[in-house]
Design a protein around this ligand. Structure first.
Ligand SMILES: *Cc1c(COP(=O)(O)O)cnc(C)c1O
Length: 348
């Protein structure tokens, strides 16, 4: 079969959630935006719910549909982008909880869905989403009277434990929420690992669940095996791939493998990635093209049917480092052509 296989270990995701839950001195939620970081909203969210998560977070109201369908009516589903124009029906029908980002959103929510649950998102210094202190002060009384289910903010540099912003943001968040009865949330994966001062009432890790940094103790979640389509011998001086960016310096055996940048194997990995034949590393040579890449397998006694890009020898962060990016981008780029296999799935 010419299709690459992506294996997603749901038991590893469950174990990662449990580890983070043990570190959280409060309730532990789960961020499941972007199709659970590309790994499959339905399967992953159901597994997390079975493992004990009760609060789920998506980026957009539309993303709540797949999560609600997977989870049924019990769990809370919060929406980071808040209440956008024309979202009222989606929010009501799916029972979503928008995290209100501005006075304008607050007015929209209270007018279009009076009595419907909402949360508040505050900006404690990242300058991306949420109300800044002055805007919050202006609407705080109205908002608190309506009874927010959660008040949250987000850390900009939680993956750098010594960054001054971390304590500054925690202090700012504490000051902005003083006297509020609603539960509070500040920490994603990075903040959760910074310790109890950042936990408040609810943590909402994402990347750590899916096996990525900064959660160093995470179990690896994904395995990606790419089929070898063809092998060939090239002579010294022959060029390989688009624009001939790699030239054989010796007689070389090449394997052409069925995945490329259309499958999320970033073009920046050209001449920079390694695939694995069991324990033997095989360097990518030449450009990654849309559907294919080429690998030096000269040193293998036998070329296997598939070569591994992600797995025991190389995790998402290792690959990200070679591509000049972060594990988040590797995961969310994983293509839709892969045959996906879920281990440890939960029935409907
Ligand atoms: C994506 C996101 C999270 C989860 O972050 P991780 O670093 O993946 O744990 C939490 N909160 C907000 C506001 C986010 O945008």
């Amino acid at each position: 079969m010419g299709t690459a296989r992506l294996t997603i270990d749901l038991n590893a995701i469950a174990a990662n959630w449990q580890r983070l839950d043990r570190l959280s001195r409060c309730e532990t939620g789960a961020t499941v935006k972007a199709d659970c970081y590309g790994l499959g909203a339905a399967q992953v969210a159901r597994k997390l719910a079975q493992t004990g998560a009760r609060a789920f977070f998506v980026a957009l109201a539309e993303e709540g549909a797949a999560i609600r369908q997977a989870l049924g009516n019990g769990p809370d589903i919060y929406v980071y982008s808040g209440h956008m124009p024309n979202d009222a029906q989606t929010i009501r029908n799916l029972g979503l909880i928008p995290l209100i980002n501005s006075a304008e959103q607050l007015a929209r929510h209270l007018e279009s869905l009076p009595g419907h649950p909402f949360g508040i998102q505050l900006d404690s210094g990242m300058n991306r989403l949420g109300m800044e202190p002055r805007e919050w002060a202006a609407v705080r009384e109205i908002a608190l009277q309506a009874g927010p289910r959660l008040i949250m903010s987000h850390l900009a540099s939680a993956d750098e434990p010594d960054h001054l912003m971390n304590t500054q943001q925690a202090d700012e968040f504490r000051a902005m929420t003083e006297g509020c009865a609603a539960p509070r949330s500040l920490a994603a994966t990075g903040g959760l690992l910074l310790g109890q001062a950042f936990h408040f009432d609810l943590t909402r890790p994402g990347i750590g669940l899916y096996g990525g940094a900064p959660f160093q103790d995470a179990y690896p979640v994904v395995q990606l095996a790419l089929p070898v389509i063809q092998t060939r011998e090239v002579e010294p001086g022959e060029a390989v791939g688009y624009n001939g960016t790699w030239i054989a310096g010796r007689p070389t055996r090449l394997a052409t493998v069925a995945a490329g940048y259309a499958d999320g194997i970033l073009r920046s990995l050209s001449n920079r990635a390694t695939l694995w034949a069991g324990d033997a590393p095989c360097p990518v040579v030449g450009r990654v093209s849309m559907d294919l890449l080429t690998v030096d397998v000269t040193h293998l006694a036998e070329v296997p049917e598939t070569l591994e890009l992600l797995g025991a020898h190389q995790g998402v962060d290792d690959l990200a480092r070679n591509a000049g990016t972060i594990g988040y981008e590797i995961l969310t780029s994983l293509g839709h052509r892969y045959r996906r296999r879920y281990e440890g799935g939960v029935g409907q």
